[in-house]
Design a protein around this ligand. Structure first.
Ligand SMILES: Nc1ncnc2c1ncn2[C@@H]1O[C@H](COP(=O)(O)OP(=O)(O)OP(=O)(O)O)[C@@H](O)[C@H]1O
Length: 816
């Protein structure tokens, strides 16, 4: 595959891949990309996003590159394209790739996503962990969605929201009575438990509400279950997928806020009961405590602290990713002027403001909890009570820090384990910028369970992911610069006015004259001129389907021009070209899928293994891995599947180039000197591959300078000289037509040239080295006569070869 071929490809990202809107992570915008099959989620930068959303199968890489250059002011070179396509391929995001769940853990080094669902996920211990409760959560959510359709009407929803607001206002006024009732509640353990049970159901409704609102916006609820925390708490969870992919921040916020609103709605029926209760009623602590604690639960959930719903809603509203982590990072960086300068003013306000809000909120919450402790704990605790929450948080934080350090020390002591074979196969090799997508160890955030609405975990990105970025400025590629050679030829640019004559040439008959021959390639009167050079001059020829067709000719004869016109890479000045029944120009993408091209300057994904290279090419063609495996087997490279392309020998590279041309199982294959620069053994071995290809009934158009090869392999050959077809036939017929004399090679010390010339039937005698070359059309008679002088064992006979015919036809004979 040449660079030109690569740029003419129209790869497509799988249509089911989710690409989210722009989010800020630190000072840079990123987009989330998710594979819905594997569950793998990764972040891509604005430049990658620009390209990915345009990889839709309708645009060539060249066209996308032009749009990219216009937008970002930099051209993408082949190296960048290969890098990006390889990443997409390894992550199985390209159309035609068969996505697997394994990709979630191996290919997706973004590691920002959740661990894949299913039995492989850790469920925790008896005391902590979770239990899936619903076999088919999406189906249950569908039923609930239908059942609650009435409640989602505006006429119902708005009054409910107004009532919730009224409840909050009223509670502000009735706070003292409610607080008093709540205080009494703590003296009544049974009533306290009853309130706890009711609030448990309120919390369950809270979780289901996230799912229902998400479902209403078309999202999927992945799992509903029970989560256990240290054996002390068990509550319902409802996992919603892809909230950050929802269009419109309002919807994202609605999903996040739905839980707290439901908590308030849940309390509404208890409000009138409380209002109607006599002051001394026994149920006062129950209803008062329920209203106050239920409201507190709802409002606390709206605090903008991770992992609460308010934090998620704030992140959605601000369009940020990992707001808390990035604020922490900003707080550290902001100590230096350069660090601050990396952030635009708006983001400085967002991250700095959030950091301040967090500190204030944490202080307020601790103070509130401290006051609550003092109010509820026995008076003997009164001095220590206000500080208990702060002390508890300090201990928890210290334990966490110590735990993290111990884990880091353990990890540092543990020797790195080898990648599993599948991951190794999926991951590219090498350590340079092109290396990346190494199998990611599941990060704690990725492996851990998540609550409520989804959001990217707070864990920082896997640093390895940074190498997966497509950043043209980081990878200055000499090929990136426009190639003047490519630009000078106006033929390289499609001409919209170019409408080749589509008149069908007369269909010849097969030799038996009974049925029309099926032609793979038909050229009629094709001419091409470069300035003053007439490269092709009225070429007409046809290649049968299933034929092994050779094109021979001296340097500059026009072979490459001819083949490029047939491949659709150049436009003919005149004449008609039909390939597999279609015109190849203007660039015919339908045809591209049916032809395979192997050139001497084939481009490889050099940092990949042979297998990864072919797998990537297969993905670019939108086909599965089986085709890559077949192509590798076909060319006899299966044992080199895991070798890096740059470690292959010249012959193995030629085979890989051949496999690259074959991977999409084309009907018509163009081979340009596939055995060039190979040693005789490697050449013969590749002949076997070519013969096998021919045995499969593929049509092969074969350009070569090796005449012995053409004679051995080709059904027919066209000899081109000076831009014209000077001969076209089977090698045998060409040799026969040559009527070349047989050549007898005799040791020169046994017979003189004069004696040889005197033999009847001898036409010419030459002295070549230590031998006499006797040319004759009466080989038998001359042989008998030569036997008078020389022992017959010392005589070698050479009949004419295709080379003789070639030399005669191309006028090179006397140049020898
Ligand atoms: N882009 C171009 N601009 C100008 N002249 C060209 C161009 N491409 C080819 N030519 C000329 O056209 C003629 C035919 O070239 P072409 O490459 O088709 O021959 P070839 O038979 O493939 O030669 P070789 O065996 O050396 O590869 C040559 O004289 C060459 O110099």
């Amino acid at each position: 595959m040449t660079t030109a071929d690569l740029l003419q490809m129209r790869p497509a990202v799988r249509t089911d891949i989710l690409v989210g809107p722009a989010l800020m992570r630190g000072p840079v915008p990123v987009h989330l990309v998710k594979d819905p099959v594997s569950g793998a989620r990764m972040e891509v930068g604005a430049k990658e996003h620009f390209v990915i959303v345009r990889l839709d199968g309708t645009r060539t890489l060249d066209e996308i590159g032009a749009a990219y250059a216009a937008h970002f002011g930099t051209r993408l070179g082949p190296a960048q394209w290969q890098h990006l396509l390889r990443l997409l391929s390894v992550r199985q995001l390209l159309g035609g790739a068969v996505p697997s769940r394994a990709a979630a853990t191996s290919g997706a080094s973004g590691a920002a996503g959740p661990a894949p669902a299913g039995p492989e996920r850790r469920r925790g211990s008896l005391l902590s962990g979770r239990t899936k409760m619903v076999a088919d959560a999406p189906a249950l959510m569908d039923r609930l969605h239908t059942a609650t359709a009435f409640g989602r009407r505006r006429a119902v929803l708005l009054p409910l929201l107004a009532l919730c607001a009224a409840l909050l206002v009223w509670e502000g006024f009735a706070y003292r009575e409610l607080a008093h009732a709540t205080h009494r509640l703590f003296d009544q353990p049974v009533t306290l438990c009853a309130v706890g049970v009711v609030l448990w159901f309120s919390l369950a409704a809270h979780e289901l509400a996230h799912g229902l609102v998400a479902r209403a916006y078309g999202l999927r609820v992945r799992e509903i279950g029970l989560r256990r925390h240290t054996g002390f708490m068990t509550y319902l969870y409802c996992e919603v997928e892809d909230v950050q992919f929802l269009p419109g921040r309002g919807r994202q916020i609605a999903v996040a806020a739905a839980g707290a609103v439901t908590n308030l709605v849940f309390l509404l029926p208890f409000w009138p009961v409380w209002l109607l209760l006599p002051d001394r009623a026994q149920a006062v602590p129950f209803f008062g405590g329920l209203l106050l604690l239920g409201t507190a639960m709802a409002l606390l959930n709206l605090l903008p602290l991770p992992p609460l719903d308010g934090y998620k809603a704030l992140g959605y509203a601000l369009g940020t990713l990992r707001l808390a982590t990035e604020s922490r990072v900003f707080a550290v960086k902001a100590r230096s002027r350069a660090g601050r300068a990396a952030y635009p003013p708006k983001l400085r306000a967002v991250y700095g403001g959030y950091a301040v809000v967090c500190v204030l909120l944490a202080a307020a919450v601790l103070a509130g909890l401290g006051l609550a402790c003092r109010a509820t704990l026995p008076s003997s605790w009164s001095a220590a009570a206000p500080w208990l929450p702060a002390a508890a948080v300090a201990v928890a934080l210290t334990l966490r820090v110590l735990g993290t350090r111990a884990a880091a020390r353990r990890a540092a002591r543990t020797p790195a384990t080898a990648s599993p074979p599948s991951a190794a196969a999926a991951a590219p090799t090498g350590t340079g910028p092109s290396a990346g997508a190494a199998p990611a160890a599941p990060s704690p955030a990725a492996a851990g369970p998540r609550t409520g609405t989804d959001s990217a975990p707070e864990a920082p990105m896997d640093p390895r992911h940074a190498t997966d970025r497509l950043d043209p400025e980081d990878r200055t590629d000499p090929v990136d610069r426009p190639d003047p050679k490519n630009r000078t030829d106006p033929m390289d640019r499609p001409d919209p006015t170019d409408r080749p004559d589509r008149t069908e040439p007369t269909r010849p008959m097969d030799e038996d004259g009974t049925r029309p021959t099926r032609w793979a390639v038909e050229l009629s009167g094709v001419s091409k001129t470069y300035g003053d050079v007439r490269a092709l001059d009225g070429v007409s020829l046809s290649v049968r389907q299933g034929e092994f067709f050779g094109i021979l000719g001296p340097n500059g004869a026009g072979k490459t021009t001819l083949v490029e016109i047939v491949e659709g890479m150049r436009r003919a000045d005149a004449g008609t070209v039909t390939v597999l029944g279609e015109s190849p120009w203007p660039r015919n993408t339908g045809l591209l899928r049916r032809i395979g091209v192997q050139t001497q300057s084939s481009a490889f994904f050099t940092r990949l293994t042979a297998w990864e290279h072919l797998e990537t090419v297969a993905a670019l063609h939108g086909i599965g891995k089986d085709a890559a495996r077949r192509a590798l087997d076909m060319v006899g490279l299966a044992d080199k599947a895991r070798s890096r392309v740059d470690d292959l020998s010249g012959g193995q590279r030629q085979r890989l180039a051949l496999a690259t041309a074959l991977v999409h199982e084309p009907d018509l294959i163009f081979l340009d000197e596939p055995t060039a620069a190979l040693d005789p053994e490697a050449r013969r071995s590749l002949w076997d591959v070519l013969r096998a290809l021919r045995g499969q009934g593929r049509t092969i158009v074969y350009t070569t300078h090796y005449l012995d090869e053409a004679e051995a392999l080709c059904d027919r050959v066209a000899i081109i000289a000076g831009g014209k077809v000077v001969a076209l036939d089977t090698p045998t017929a060409l040799i026969r037509a040559l009527a070349a004399p047989a050549r007898l090679l005799v040791p020169a010390d046994r017979i003189t040239p004069e004696q040889a010339r005197a033999i009847d039937g001898v036409e010419r005698v030459l002295v070549e080295g230590g031998e006499l070359v006797i040319e004759t059309h009466a080989a038998n008679r001359v042989l008998v006569a030569v036997g008078e002088y020389v022992d017959m064992d010392a005589v070698q006979t050479r009949t004419a070869t295709l080379e003789d015919a070639y030399l005669r036809l191309t006028g090179s004979e006397h140049a020898r």
